[in-house]
Write a protein that binds this ligand. Sequence first.
Ligand SMILES: [Ca+2]
Length: 362
Amino acid sequence: MFSSATLRCTFRGLCLRTADRWIKQDSIPRAFKKHNQRHFTTEVSMKKLLVDVDCGVDDAQALMMALAVPDVQILGISCVHGNTSVENVCKNVLRVLKVCKHLEIPVFSGATKSLLGQTVSAGDFHGKDGLGDAPDPDAPGLDLVQKEGAVSAMIRIVNENPGEVSLVATAPLTNVALAVKLDPSFPQKLRGLYIMGGNTDSRGNTTVCGEYNFAADPEAAYIVLNEFICPVYIASWEFTCRSKLPWEFCDGWLAQDTDKARFMKQIFKHSMESSHSERIEKELVDGQGFISCDSYAMAAAIDDTYVIETEQKAVTVELAGNWCRGMMVVDHLDILKKTHKAHILKKVDLERFKVLMMNALK
Ligand SMILES: [Ca+2]
């Protein structure tokens, strides 16, 4: 697991590849070199992640992308309500970890409902069980889920690795909001927060103006966008639509002769068929294509070369209104007077993204 990270990180060369940039060897204190040479090749070069999911098919794709990158270390996966019940989410994550041979990664169960207990249907896009209702008689049992709750685990893990953990949130933000309420210093101890959610052009995919992850728990999204004073990257619904891949890429992706590709083909069948329904056609901002929404946020967290352009804006969430509850509000005019700006993804390296996607099923 450490091999390619080690190859990229050598004291023999002029430079060192760290978690986020090349640094000149000269800039490393001699004492550090002497005493940390062995550790530098393993620990410092690893990108540490926490992933918060409502494991539908695209969460599975995002997880498989991260699990395939040698210098990424997933410290824990927290589960939350969303595409399906939190029990199904835990089960789905375990199924993904099993096919990727990473059942050693701890899985935590989190919030079963939104902060106010209101529910918004996720529809049937990912199937009732979240993974396309594909039978899996050998699915791992829920006894593998950790006893510790998701939110306390997130806080503990970040405290154990201050300043090092990137949190990737690809689900309703209930667990993430609860974490900052239990520990207000949680955000400042993160390296960054990467969200799939929200919308920039009031194009809804669940309500008229709301993207699902935000519409499913608007209060949680509001808390997160207003209280996470750390680098925040947002892959909005419109951005993911505009960054779609051709279905022909998907065909080649699924045709790989591996257990992971066969697993993906099974769980993705239902969503692929649903993609051509009249309702989904209307939701798509930029026409047909293969859109693995959650994978766009994941790629930003794990690959430094992937994000090409972001727009830095203050953002919040509409909590009232007849039609716009759950809509992300982008403050182009700085009327909110917020000093903290989020990085809204605008342009990414899709060729790099394709490589990350292909590797996910290798
Ligand atoms: Ca998701």
